[in-house]
Ligand binder design. Structure first.
Ligand code: UD1
Length: 444
C-alpha cells in the first residue's frame, strides 16, 4: 500500500484543472456495453476504479485504446455475460453492469459489487426496480444471476423509488433505455445528481430518448439500438469540492478551472458563510480565505442538491479549526466517520454519537514536528526522519480529508493506505504540489 507524506502549514495558492467525474464515468462506461459502434470519451482520468471497469468491459469483448486522457471503445458483439470475478468485487460501480447487460443481452452473472466500506451498501432498490420491469434474478453464492426478456407494453410502466438512490436510478435507466420501440417508463422519485444528467446526456447522444434527468421524474422511451458517439463527461464535482475545502482550510487563494459552478451552490454558500471570498465564471471558481473561520456551523448530508455525503469528511476538517462547536450529521452511510479518530491524532476534538459528529474547534491542527525535514530536497524523503504523525486512510473520501488536515497541520504527517485515495484521484500529489503544497507520494 502506498503512502502520502505532507509537511503542513502552507496556504495553497495557484490554479489547477479538474478532470472528468469518476461517478459519471462509471455508469457511462457500462452504458458503452449497450452500443454498437465506436465511442470516444475525453477527459478520462487514470483512476484505479475506472481501470477496473475498463478491465470488466475488455473481458466482455470491448476493444479499448487509451491515448492520454481519451479512451476509444469499440463494441460489437459481446463475447459473454459473465462479469469478471476479480474486478467486479473491487468497485461499487460494477452494479451498473447489470442494467446494461440485461438490456443488451438479456442475461448477466455479476459477482457482488464492492467499493469503499462506508456502509452496508445494499442493492435492494436496484433489484426491486429491475424485478418490476420483469427481470428474474437470484443469488448463487456471492453472484447475482439475472435474466430478462423484454415484452411490448401498451401502457407506460410506472416505477417509483422509495429513496433517491443514485445507483438504482442509473441502473434502471440502463436497463430500460435500450429495448422495444414503443415501451415507455416513468421513474418517479429518481435521484437528481448531475452524474445522472450526464449519463442520460451520453445515452441521448447515442440515440436514446430520455427526458427529465435532473428532476425527480425521468421518462424513458426505449429505443431498439444505440450508436457510437464522442463525449466529454462533466468535471468531478467531489474533487472540485475537496480542493475548495483544502484551500479554505489552509487559508489559501486557489482557482479551479474546468468546473461547473452551479453544481456547487450548496458548498459555495457554506464556504461564503464561514468567510471565504468566492468568485465564479461559467467554468471556474476562485476561493480566497484570508482569515480564520469565525463561526461554528452545522451540516447534514442529503441527496443532491443537499450537502453531499462525499464531502462530509473533508468539510469536517474545516470545522476542527472553527471557533465554537459544530455538528455534522451523516444521513446516507452509517460507516463514514472512520477518519475521525485519525483527525483527533492531529489535535482535533471530535466525538461521535450515532450518525452525528460533534466538533469543538481548536486553534490549529498539529502533527509531529520533525527537526530536519528531508534537508535539501523533499523529493527523496527519509522515512526514518520524516514520518511525523502516522494516519491511516480507510476509504477514498476519508483519506482525502486526512490529506486536507495534514496540509493545514504544522509538522509532518504520513498517510498510510493512500491507495484508497487513488480510487478517485489520478494524482492528488501532483495537483497539490502545483498549488504549492509540500507533499510527496511514497511506494506508489
Ligand atoms: C453513489 C456514489 C457515491 C455517493 C452516493 C451518494 C457512485 C459510483 N457512487 O453511490 O460516491 O456517496 O452515490 O451520493 O456513483 N441504498 C439502499 N438500497 C439500495 C441502494 C442504496 O438502501 O439498493 C441506500 C444506501 O445504503 C445509502 C443510500 O441509499 O444509504 C444512498 O445510496 P446510493 O444513492 O445508492 O449511493 P451509491 O449509488 O451506492
Amino acid at each position: 500500500m502506498s503512502k502520502i507524506q505532507i509537511i503542513g502549514g502552507t496556504p495553497l495558492h495557484g490554479k489547477i484543472r479538474i478532470s472528468g467525474a469518476k461517478n459519471s464515468l462509471l455508469p457511462i462506461l457500462t452504458a458503452c456495453l449497450m452500443v454498437r459502434g465506436t465511442i470516444r470519451l475525453h477527459d478520462v482520468p487514470k483512476l484505479s476504479d475506472l481501470t477496473q471497469m475498463l478491465h470488466i468491459l475488455a473481458k466482455l469483448g470491448c476493444v479499448i485504446n487509451r491515448q492520454n486522457q481519451t479512451i476509444k471503445i469499440d463494441v460489437n458483439e459481446l463475447q459473454n455475460h459473465i462479469i469478471d470475478k476479480e474486478a467486479a468485487p473491487k468497485i461499487r460501480g460494477s452494479i451498473f453492469v447489470m442494467g446494461a447487460m440485461l438490456s443488451r443481452l438479456g442475461k448477466v452473472e455479476l459477482p457482488l459489487p464492492g467499493g469503499c466500506a462506508i456502509g452496508s451498501r445494499p442493492i435492494d432498490l436496484h433489484l426491486t426496480l429491475l424485478r418490476q420491469i420483469g427481470v428474474k434474478c437470484h443469488y448463487r453464492q456471492n453472484t447475482i444471476i439475472a435474466s430478462y426478456t423484454p415484452r411490448r407494453h401498451r401502457k407506460p410502466i410506472i416505477l417509483a423509488l422509495d429513496f433517491p438512490s443514485v445507483g438504482a436510478t442509473e441502473n434502471i435507466i440502463l436497463a430500460t433505455a435500450l429495448g422495444i420501440t414503443g415501451n415507455v417508463y416513468y421513474i418517479h422519485g429518481a435521484a437528481k445528481e448531475p452524474e445522472i444528467v450526464d449519463l442520460c446526456n451520453f445515452l441521448n447522444n447515442c440515440g436514446a430518448q430520455i427526458n427529465g434527468a435532473g428532476t425527480d421524474t425521468i421518462i424513458i422511451h426505449s429505443v431498439p439500438s444505440l450508436h457510437g458517439t464522442t463525449y466529454t463527461p462533466i468535471p468531478d464535482r467531489i474533487n472540485t469540492g475537496s480542493y475548495l475545502i483544502a484551500a479554505a482550510v489552509t487559508g489559501g487563494d486557489v482557482t479551479l478551472t474546468n468546473v461547473i459552478p452551479t453544481h456547487h451552490i450548496n458548498l459555495i454558500n457554506k464556504l461564503k458563510n464561514i468567510g471565504a471570498q468566492i468568485t465564479t465564471t461559467s467554468d471556474s471558481i476562485n476561493i480566497i480565505m484570508n482569515r480564520r473561520t469565525p463561526y461554528s456551523f452545522n451540516i447534514h448530508t442529503a441527496p443532491y442538491p443537499g450537502f453531499p455525503t462525499d464531502l462530509q469528511s473533508q468539510f469536517c476538517v474545516l470545522t476542527t479549526i472553527t471557533k465554537g462547536c459544530s455538528t455534522i450529521t451523516e444521513n446516507l452511510f452509517e460507516n463514514r466517520f472512520r477518519y475521525v479518530s485519525e483527525l483527533n491524532k492531529l489535535g482535533a476534538q471530535i466525538t461521535i454519537e450515532r450518525n452525528q459528529a460533534r466538533i469543538k474547534g481548536v486553534n490549529k491542527l498539529t502533527a509531529t514536528l520533525t527537526p530536519t525535514l528531508c534537508p535539501s530536497s523533499y523529493q527523496i524523503p527519509n522515512p526514518q526522519i520524516c514520518n511525523g504523525t502516522n494516519l491511516t486512510a480507510h476509504d477514498l473520501r476519508g483519506g482525502v480529508a486526512l490529506v486536507i488536515a495534514a496540509l493545514a497541520a504544522q509538522g509532518t504527517t504520513t498517510i498510510e493506505q493512500a491507495d484508497y485515495i487513488y480510487r478517485g484521484h489520478e494524482d492528488i500529489v501532483k495537483d497539490l504540489r502545483q498549488l504549492g503544497a509540500n507533499i510527496v507520494a511514497l511506494d506508489r
